[in-house]
Design a protein around this ligand. Structure first.
Ligand SMILES: *Cc1c(COP(=O)(O)O)cnc(C)c1O
Ligand SMILES: [Zn+2]
Length: 406
């Protein structure tokens, strides 16, 4: 049984009724968090019992917000591999290096967790139509789960959004609108259409349940390391739901007695061309300000102002971690390093975590003896636009010079 009880503001603590549709805090406009009866969870399931459960994020059903299992809309997302990467680790002198690989999840990115959960909960609450401003993977995931739930799905994307994201939405039946402007313009269009179209806006942290899907990454990290959290978690940050969700669930796990009080140092990585949270961190601020002219190849990180920025900053600071940025050249180099060493085609966002780790090793903020987990948040296969192939073209009628390959 889910032990979800109510919603609570992540900033002012105001309680909200979870049996009706909610968005953000009615008092202060900040994101809402799902709260659980953790005593009841403790009485109903043990860590050992989890072992035999389904290999999806719904193995943690008691700690998730869906009340009735029949409302779950799933493509099998979650329980992704925690892959040891010894060759990559050795190349930088850090042997205990791991990649949590979200690249093999349905729809090709970890957005499946958040949107899978949000669509399931929307179904439970009777919502029939959803909309989202997105420049990428979130739109694809929402379209897929929305289709499976039989909902009407509307996606507003900047017209220069990657082709793969436009196609993945349209193929599952979403209505795609291409906006000749920025993601913020797309967001405005979704808001302005709400009254006439009666759709529910699933924008990041504008509803409480995407973060509950993303928190399952933290549960999996804990379980996959036999409930001993690593020393450092490095996570690529756009809207921040992943790092916020993991940080939230570690507290839930401690209250359950499933982990102790130790926490990994949480490291939030952004791209130099769009680093509002890193800027706020460096300046000692509680919140970020809108980052002008945001530009990076790692499209998942192109979020100039996140509603949950203060929660990301809290997680980084309270854990003794940090916020750090890397250049596009560094993160693209990371894609090829990870691929060549480990046979894993990471997305640019995921590779940014590796680039950040290298910087942190150089500056001494990570020690070579530590256990480090990088998050590869999606498949590089969704980003082939960014790569060129360097290969000879051969005329089969002529004799091929094999020695040119040596
Ligand atoms: C959206 C996205 C991110 C950023 O995730 P947040 O949880 O919103 O910070 C990182 N990587 C990829 C591939 C994404 O699609
Ligand atoms: Zn509030």
């Amino acid at each position: 049984m889910s032990q979800f009880t109510h919603l609570e503001c992540s900033s002012c603590g105001e309680k909200h009724d979870a049996s009706v549709v909610q968005t953000v805090c009615k008092k202060c406009g900040k994101p809402l968090f799902a709260r659980y009866d953790l005593e009841a969870v403790k009485d109903s399931v043990t860590r050992r019992e989890l072992v035999a459960r389904e290999a999806t994020m719904y193995r943690y059903f008691e700690l998730l917000p869906i009340k009735d299992r029949k409302n779950i809309v799933t493509l099998g997302e979650g329980w992704t591999p925690m892959t040891p990467t010894p060759s990559l680790g050795k190349s930088i002198g850090l042997p205990d290096l791991w990649i949590k690989d979200e690249g093999i999840i349905p729809t090709g990115s970890f957005k499946a967790r958040g949107l899978g959960m949000a669509i399931s909960k929307a179904k439970e609450l009777g919502i029939k139509s959803v909309a989202l401003p997105s420049a990428g993977n979130a739109a694809g995931a929402m379209s897929a789960y929305g289709a499976r739930a039989g909902m009407k799905v509307y996606v507003f994307m900047p017209k220069d959004a990657p082709k793969v994201n436009q196609v993945e939405c349209q193929i599952v039946g979403a209505k795609v609108v291409l906006v000749d402007g920025l993601i913020s313009d797309a967001g405005k269009l979704v808001k302005e259409g709400m009254e006439e179209m009666q759709w529910f806006n699933v924008a990041t942290l504008g509803e409480p349940y995407r973060v509950e899907g993303k928190k399952t990454m933290g549960l999996e990290v804990a379980e996959q390391f036999d409930w001993n959290l690593p020393d450092v978690i490095i996570y690529p940050t756009g809207g921040g739901t992943g790092i916020i969700g993991m940080w939230k669930v570690f507290d839930e796990l401690e209250e359950l007695g499933w982990i102790g009080s130790e926490r990994p140092r949480m490291v939030s990585v952004q791209a130099e061309g769009c680093a509002p949270i890193v800027k706020a961190y460096d300046e000692g601020l509680k919140e970020s300000t809108f980052f002008q002219n945001a530009e990076t190849k790692a499209s998942g990180l192109r979020v100039p102002k996140a509603l949950g920025d203060f929660l990301v900053l809290n997680a980084a600071r309270d854990s003794g971690g940090k916020c750090i940025c890397v250049s596009d050249d560094e993160l693209m180099k990371g894609v090829s390093d990870i691929a060549k060493h480990e046979g894993m085609f990471a997305c640019p966002e995921g590779a940014a975590t590796y680039a950040a780790l290298k910087k942190m090793l150089a500056e001494g903020s990570v020690d070579k003896s530590e256990r480090v987990v990088l998050f590869n948040t999606g498949s590089g296969l969704k980003y082939t636009d960014l790569f060129n192939v360097d290969a000879p073209i051969v005329d089969p009628k002529e004799k091929f010079n094999y020695s040119s390959l040596k």
